[in-house]
Design a protein around this ligand. Structure first.
Ligand code: HEC
Length: 319
């Protein structure tokens, strides 16, 4: 389950222009960016709130009416009436919209959603030091010839010294393998392709290169998580990092095989869209059978660095 922390900085869904020649050559202009959820289909948490409330796989309320009924029996029903009108519960569609506003105000205004209390933040402010292992992990994380992680998971301070979000809010097709534990994936013709649907509909038809794109998540508090990537494919940070460094060197370790025993690289995309995965630039591309750019001890060092992104009140998963 993705954290709700640090989401107040997510920009509206938009298309960005490259800000350097290098970026223009590598990525081109009009790159999709921003928006809430993995496919950026909501501009604000207020817009987003109705989806989990009504989604059968999440909170599974059957309708706005159902939500309004429950709200009307809640401990804060009276406060809700005071804020939005005594008759609000007899206007369920509006009650759902107002509930979105309330949830957004909470997420935006309560400082616990963005404490910036990690060791990484203290180091940025000059109030702490990385251990040699953490410092080496940061070097590997940032090195364009090694991980190049920081090209998407940004680590530099922004305007007025704002602490970085560990994401650029842009979209990428990483080719994360198909998760066979997801019931919808029992249908071999079903593909969750992020920006081009099936959940997100508005960009689906005209933009084939959008298929497979998901928004870069923040890596703040990443070491506290037990489920990684848009389809929850991996359950440890270590395996998630190993996927990055071995995706292209050892695809047989990561992807399924077809009836002839051939590895189906990028098996969570339909055949004709697999070339959408960027294998020419970052992240961590390397030739088949080559040596992964990180050794086991490098991976441990990067994990030590990622541990420093854990907020003071959050707990890193024990390893
Ligand atoms: C080209 C941009 C890009 C680069 C470079 C990149 N990432 Fe990512 N990262 C993403 C995107 C996009 C996702 C989500 C992909 C998905 O779920 O399909 C992601 C997801 C992750 C996740 C899962 C986080 C979660 O909450 O589920 C981890 C961990 C991660 N990246 C670490 C790294 C590391 C370590 C590197 C360097 C080796 C790296 N990333 C390089 C774009 C990038």
């Amino acid at each position: 389950m993705p954290s709700l922390r640090y989401l107040r900085a997510v920009p509206y869904w938009t298309f960005t222009q490259a800000n350097s020649l290098k970026e223009r050559l590598e990525d081109g202009d009009n790159q999709p960016s921003g928006g809430y959820t993995w496919d950026g289909r909501y501009n604000t948490p207020a817009d987003q709130a109705a989806f989990p409330l009504l989604n059968p796989d999440e909170m599974a309320n059957s309708s706005a009416d159902d939500v309004a009924q429950k709200l009307s029996k809640s401990a804060y029903a009276q406060q809700f009436r005071q804020a939005f009108g005594q008759d609000i519960f007899s206007r369920p569609a509006q009650a759902l919209v107002d509930l979105g506003k309330v949830l957004q105000a909470f997420q935006f205004n309560d400082s616990s959603f963005a404490p910036y209390s990690s060791k990484f933040d203290r180091v940025l402010d000059g109030r702490d030091h990385f251990t040699p292992q953490e410092a080496h992990g940061l070097v590997l994380f940032s090195d364009p010839d090694k991980g190049n992680c920081a090209s998407c998971h940004l680590i530099n301070k922004g305007a007025h010294g704002a602490h970085p979000a560990l994401t650029d809010y842009n979209f990428q097709t990483l080719g994360v393998p198909r998760n066979t534990e997801i019931p919808a994936n029992r249908d071999p013709n079903f593909f969750d392709m992020g920006l081009c649907g099936p959940l997100r509909q508005d960009e689906a038809k005209q933009q084939k290169w959008f298929c497979g794109m998901f928004r870069t998540p923040t890596l703040r508090n990443v070491a506290t998580r037990r489920v990684f990537f848009h389809n929850g494919m991996y359950h440890t940070l270590e395996v998630s990092l190993r996927f990055y460094v071995e995706r292209d060197t050892n695809p047989e370790k990561w992807y399924s095989k077809d009836a002839h025993g051939h590895v189906v690289k990028f098996d969570d995309l339909p055949k004709n869209l697999r070339s959408n995965v960027d294998t020419k630039t970052e992240p961590l591309t390397n030739h088949l059978g080559g040596k992964p750019v990180w050794s086991d001890s490098d991976i441990r060092d990067v994990m030590a660095f990622l541990d420093t992104l854990t907020d003071a009140d959050a707990k890193t998963v024990p390893r």
